[in-house]
Ligand binder design. Sequence first.
Ligand SMILES: [Ca+2]
Ligand SMILES: [Ca+2]
Ligand SMILES: [Ca+2]
Length: 490
Amino acid sequence: MVSQRWEPPVVYSRREEKGMSELRRRSRRISERALAMLCSACVGALLVGDAAAVERVTDLDTAASFPASAVGSTGVLYVAWQDARGPDDDLYGQAYAADGETLWAPNGIPLVATARNQRTPIVTPDGEGGVIVVWMDARNGGTDVYAQRFDVAGTPLWEPADGIPVAVTPGGKDDTKVVSDGQSGCFIAWEDWRQGNQDIFGQHLNSDGEAMWEPDGGVVCGAPGHQYDPFISADGAGGVVVAWWDVAFPHWRVAAQRMCADGARAWPDAGTPVSLTEGNQAAPQIVGDTRGGAYVFWVDYRADGGTFTNFDLYSQHVTADGARAWGDEGRPLCTAIGMQQTVSAIPDGAGGAYIAWTDQRELFDDLYAQRLLADASWAWPADGLPVSTERGRQRDARLAADGDSLLVAWYDYRRESEDATPQDLYIQRFDKDGAPAMDVGGKPVVTEDGVRLAMQIHARNGRVAITWMDRRDAGAEPDVHAWLGALASQ
Ligand SMILES: [Ca+2]
Ligand SMILES: [Ca+2]
Ligand SMILES: [Ca+2]
């Protein structure tokens, strides 16, 4: 294999060499406005570290959009995005060392710049200090799935350099997801139309980019009708569990399948339904249980009665053998009045999970969260802990865990008025007992006028990174932004 491992001491020694001069150089680059925002954003428990800053990852007249980001095993933040500076869309990227130093050229370097459009990258750390990027590619005239692995210098590690074809069959593909396999490769899942309706396909790429499952992808679920919106999570036993939404008649179902490292399906071919209760189920999120199974969280309509006014959230633990550990009905996660939806869930690092959602129990969107412990108990109050219930809407929480801390970032419309709906980004930090570390309601990350999308948050070893696309003026093209912060010890 073409492995070019990145040794952490390279960056650390570089940082030592540059020392304070590097920090002074960086400080000069931060505009006064960004500094003012930084100070307002970072008082309290989220302190300004030696590298906390709002970075304009791109500053171009052409669109840089749909960034995806990941923090690698050495603390490097990788950002990849869809970039229109060339004759068609290509993939560009940027990397930041753990201390915030920009590692690649200003405005990013081309990761994949080949014929026709390369779009909507997703990324996962490769476990060796680099990153794996998966994207939708139109080079063959259709919509195909491609992948490449890059080292910390941005050098492609797999052949050919402009990406290996993961699925190049006729028929649409969409909603691609990727997760590390823990051995420098990755698992990928996507929706696929090759059989005439939507199915879930997947692939396991090893550290050399070789397909471990059937060429062009193995079947995760090829049942009649449409299966879509897959989410995947490592199962802790060398494989992956995939959950999806099956638009069956008369009820939408959520089901899951465990895929072994070699592509074998461990559970029945149609997957294991997470609940047998009547009523629609939708929009699953999945977190591996580290023991071969997974926790699944979904939006459930069983109490809605067809009114579309009272969605709830339910959960299931599907064990390694495909059994529903929490019974055929599933287990309530939040059954408060009104609508609960738009769930995010991540591992808590201790065999459990953090879950957050958008909640309309008080009419306008608020955010709530819950922690599932490895012993299957809920750590926080029934129906969830308030993350932010400020005026206006708070929605679409993104989560990151670091040690005993949960970091939550979200889109916030608290400055909403009859004339305008300013869209800000906010952050909050909770300890393991659910105590907020910042002001109740959260701290602002960005409050300048603009439209934001594709926000992601990461936390590792006391560092926090948030990335997003940001269009600051109507009619302007979007750019990619990043916020790099440091956690104070609690
Ligand atoms: Ca291109
Ligand atoms: Ca199907
Ligand atoms: Ca409800």
